[in-house]
Design a protein around this ligand. Structure first.
Ligand code: ADP
Length: 455
């Protein structure tokens, strides 16, 4: 401010001196007035310059011009310009910081596995993340400012919005929901700020599917147990009330034993499945020789074949090189014997069943069971490992099947890193197999030395 006074006094003094030189004492007043006018003109020029910079539309442009042209200003105006420049710089830094934080926050919302939509107080979309666009079929840019009710037209969602009671959630079909590929969303609304709303959506298709499977499973188990139980109860009542002849009584007891055996097998398979699901994956420290597994399967298959067909089918076992498989012996046997017993059970008396073990050139181990049975139509193949899924219901029941065999095989295969192979055509028999990874298969030491010697 002092400088400003100094400039003003210097202008007045300059004007007065010039006036005095030019016209003596008479010119003094004119000189003073001229000096004041010159000071005012210079001051106004600087003010105009500064105002023009401030008025520039782009704040960055103003900022830049001020930085470059500060030197054109003098005195107090320069002071004001410098301070304004500093203020603008601080404000820009704060703006940048806020922008960075906002970007980080939006990135976090983008990374959310839930769909997130921000709605204004009228229910119009302000922002939505990628997941929400997938759930509801929005276009993140095009649909900004669209009313949510115009885009999500499901009646349950409309009723949820209309009720305005956002304590619970609503389940609606997703945008890409089809009969063959169902998509279920759980949608929640939360109020925040002044009348704004946060809409969260979560894909619950797999949860719903798991719940439905659980319900089906309980219903299936109940059904499977109820049938033999009803039969048993009927026989018990008959034995209690009717005076039966000895041969008749024996026949009834035999049928009762069959039904209780059926329930026992079912409970055994259910327990096996639940053990497989609940226990940790097997390590590679327990090694089971393949010849022992195949010998056990062969014995069982022979007995089962005789029992079911009387004279037995043609059974052929090729145990191949003696290898060892890393895994739980009981599980491996259960998987292999399920495949072998299926082949025996579904192949008619005159048919054949061939079981083989091979060590493939790449080190993998292949267990194959091929039968000349009825084969399976292509539409059933993807569902064979579902619990209680049966193609031939009556043959399964007649031969003591539980509908859980292939589900057990699938679990054992997964737990041992093996692949379940299925090849079948109606009328052309079936081949089921297990392909073990090379990391879980090795030749036994004696077999390895025999192989070396023969080379
Ligand atoms: P199950 O106890 O009924 O045999 P699985 O889970 O072992 O149950 O098999 C599922 C269904 O697959 C069987 O009910 C049967 O219809 C069919 N299946 C399995 N193995 C064979 C096979 N070797 N030949 C023909 N059908 C088979």
């Amino acid at each position: 401010m002092i400088k400003r006074w100094i400039y003003f006094i210097a202008c007045m003094a300059g004007g007065a001196t010039l006036g005095w030189f030019a016209a003596g004492l008479g010119g003094l007043a004119v000189g003073l007035a001229g000096g004041a006018a010159a000071w005012l003109a210079a001051d106004t020029l600087q003010l105009t310059l500064w105002l023009n910079w401030l008025r520039a539309e782009q704040i960055n442009e103003t900022h830049h011009m001020m930085a470059v042209n500060e030197g054109a200003l003098r005195g107090a105006w320069r002071d004001i310009a410098e301070r304004t420049h500093r203020l603008l710089k601080n404000r820009d830094r704060r703006y940048d910081e806020l922008q960075t934080r906002l970007d980080e926050f939006l990135s976090a919302m983008q990374a959310s596995p839930s769909g997130v939509v921000l709605l204004d107080h009228d229910g119009r979309i302000e922002w939505s993340n990628q997941m929400a666009t997938e759930h509801f079929g929005f276009d993140a840019q095009r649909d900004v400012h669209q009313h949510i009710a115009n885009l999500v037209r499901d009646p349950a969602f409309k009723a949820y919005m209309a009720a305005a009671d956002f304590m619970g959630s609503v389940v609606i079909p997703g945008h890409f929901n089809t009969a063959s590929h169902p998509v279920k969303l759980s949608v929640n609304m939360h109020s925040y700020g002044q009348g704004r709303k946060l809409l969260l959506s979560r894909d619950i298709t797999s949860v719903e599917l798991a719940e439905a499977m659980q319900r089906d499973f309980v219903a299936n188990v109940s059904h499977e147990i109820r049938t033999p139980l009803t039969v048993l109860a009927g026989f018990v009542e008959t034995l209690q009330t009717l005076p039966l002849a000895e041969p008749e009584r024996r026949r009834y007891l035999g049928l009762m034993a069959q039904q209780s055996q059926r329930m026992q097998t079912l409970v055994h398979d259910l327990l096996t499945l639940s053990r497989l699901e609940g226990s940790p994956f097997p390590g590679s420290h327990e090694w089971t020789p393949t010849n022992a597994l195949l010998a056990q399967c062969e014995q069982e298959a022979g007995a089962l074949s005789l029992l079911l067909t009387g004279r037995g089918q043609r059974l052929q076992f090729e145990s191949g090189p003696v290898c060892e498989i890393a895994g739980v012996q009981a599980e491996l046997y259960s998987a292999m014997s399920n495949l072998v017993s299926n082949a025996v059970r579904y192949t008619p008396g005159a048919g054949s069943v061939k079981v083989s073990w091979k060590l493939l050139p790449d080190g993998r181990g292949e267990f194959l069971v091929t039968d000349s049975g009825p084969g399976i139509a292509a539409e059933h193949l993807p569902r064979l490992t579902e619990r209680f899924y049966r193609v031939d219901r009556s043959r399964s029941r007649e031969t003591g099947g539980t509908g859980l065999g292939l589900a057990i095989v699938k679990h054992v295969a997964q737990r041992h890193g093996a692949e379940l192979l299925v090849q079948s055509r109606p009328g052309q028999g079936s081949t089921f197999g297990l392909l073990f990874p090379s990391s879980r298969v090795r030749l036994t030491s004696t077999q390895a030395s025999m192989t070396k010697a023969s080379v």
